[in-house]
Design a protein around this ligand. Structure first.
Ligand code: GLN
Length: 487
């Protein structure tokens, strides 16, 4: 069952060849078997999922119309609000938080008749690149259980790779969909900023955050994007109706892009590991064979992306996380001696170390006297980076580069060195700063049999073409068909 893609499963359920209850039971069987090792979920909701599955089956048998994801078991990263279960953000501070409403994407999944099986583990408040910052549990990589699944959407990527769901939603502020997808050998798309509603997504860096699909195949990515994309009056940064409802991504997917012009940025990506470089050159050869023209370009400001990101993201985080004070939301300290202690102790007790580090960095960057020196300067750099992308896309359809400089690293390898951890995002952050879409697709394996991802970046609102370009590669290769040894 787990070998089927989400779309294949949906089609079989619709054709009466299998049922959603059968598929959902199979998923929970696998969860019982592999979850103790993988640790992908913070919570699961078996009873609710089986009820939803039975309802879809009943409606299919009755010949009633059903949604695009009818009967398909999916996972949702635990920073998206759900009225069922808790929404923890993998933080002790929200461990018992029950949201009063669903995130728009969750409502959209439900309206499409998807079956939500659980909430996936993540780095606390999506801050991290390995899921080791989760305050609640450890997730491992299904390809090698001594390694990290990537982060911050590590639980979602591990769940898809490990066959513990058929597709998942992650969020990407600086690479958190693409990097874990790359580490786990699955497909991960960060859509254009504004393509998908952020309403009900617990905010980290509001000008950077974007929700997107993590799936086994590109057809599944297109399918899930069809369901979640679109304008939402509840999110003022989601784009207007006409632009949002641009097309059916699935329908266009098989159309190859004629006279494809690809840019690469060799100087910027020279620091990646040899195995990553090798997979990238092989991918370039595949595109060349498909008739693409490859051009080396320079993007002079990308070198500053990581530095600018960690000022902007922490600044926004320091403001967004002010609401967890033991009064408005979250854990409250026992017997404080005054109201100041309600705030300070509640936060001190329940936030993890990385979250505290970032709140301090962000508060510092925004403080009077330093605002101009750090925050304003970072915003200017962001603008220059955006300019680099704009000029590249005037001439080229897309840019390809690695997703991360390495494949999945060992658990514990980078936890003592936050700067090393931050550098895992060196190639993904640019897309968030510029607001453009980026995808990671499987493009090879290293000498340890760990997956390598290929990143493709396209102009804002260019998802349709981006998916078609990625699909050209997927059609030519079978990296996406391999499954981890654990399953
Ligand atoms: N790893 C990056 C960070 O720690 C990106 C996280 C994300 O995309 N949510 O901020």
């Amino acid at each position: 069952m787990e070998q089927l893609s989400a779309k294949e499963l949906r089609d079989r359920i619709a054709a009466g060849q299998t049922s959603s209850v059968e598929a959902t039971m199979a998923v929970f069987e696998r969860i019982r078997q592999f979850e103790p090792t993988i640790g992908a979920y913070i919570s699961t909701c078996e009873e609710k999922a089986l009820e939803a599955a039975a309802d879809v089956d009943k409606r299919i048998v009755a010949g009633e119309p059903v949604g695009q994801l009818a009967g398909v078991p999916v996972a949702v990263k635990d920073n998206m609000c759900t009225t069922f279960g808790a929404t923890t953000c993998a933080s002790r501070i929200l461990e018992n938080f029950h949201a009063p409403y669903n995130a728009t994407v969750v409502d959209k999944l439900l309206a499409a008749d998807a079956v939500i099986v659980g909430k996936a583990n993540m780095d606390e408040f999506a801050m991290g690149s390995s899921t080791e910052n989760s305050g609640l549990k450890q997730t491992v990589n299904p390809w090698d259980t001594s390694r990290v699944p990537g982060g911050s959407s590590g639980g979602a990527a591990a769940a898809v790779a490990g066959g513990l769901c058929f597709a998942a939603l992650g969020s990407d502020t600086g690479g958190s969909i693409r990097q874990p997808a790359s580490f786990c050998g699955v497909v991960g798309l960060k859509p254009t900023y504004g393509r998908v509603s952020r309403f009900g997504l617990v905010a980290y860096g509001s000008s950077l955050d974007q929700i997107g699909p993590i799936t086994q195949t590109l057809a599944d990515t297109a399918l899930v994007l069809n369901v979640i994309a679109g304008h939402d009056p509840a999110d003022s940064t989601s784009v207007n109706e006409a632009m949002a409802a641009a097309c059916d991504y699935l329908e266009e997917l098989e159309e190859p892009v004629e006279k494809l012009k690809i840019a690469i940025v060799p100087e910027y990506t020279a620091g990646a590991d040899e195995s990553v470089q090798r997979a990238l050159s092989d991918a370039i050869e595949v595109y060349k064979k498909l008739g693409a023209e490859i051009t080396e370009i320079d993007m002079p400001h990308l070198d500053y992306a990581t530095a600018a990101y960690y000022v902007i993201a922490t600044a926004e985080a320091s403001s967004n996380l002010a609401r967890y004070d033991g009064v408005h939301y979250g854990h409250r300290t026992q017997s404080p001696k005054d109201y100041v202690e309600v705030y300070s102790k509640s936060r001190a007790e329940a936030f993890g170390q990385e979250v505290k580090r970032r709140i301090m960095l962000g508060t510092y960057a925004l403080s009077s006297g330093y605002y101009d020196a750090y925050y304003l300067k970072a915003l200017k750099v962001r603008n220059l980076i955006r300019g680099d992308f704009t000029s590249a896309f005037e001439k080229y359809d897309c840019i390809i580069m690695p997703v991360a400089p390495t494949t999945a690293f060992k658990i514990g390898e980078k936890t003592d060195d936050p700067l090393q951890m931050y550098l895992s995002d060196i190639y993904t952050i640019g897309a968030n700063l510029a607001g453009i879409p980026g995808i990671s697709i499987p493009c090879g394996f290293d000498e340890d049999n760990l997956p390598v991802g290929l990143q493709i970046l396209a102009p804002a609102f260019g998802e349709e073409k981006l998916l078609r370009i990625a699909r050209m590669f997927e059609k030519e290769t079978d990296w996406h068909k391999r499954t981890p040894p654990i399953v």
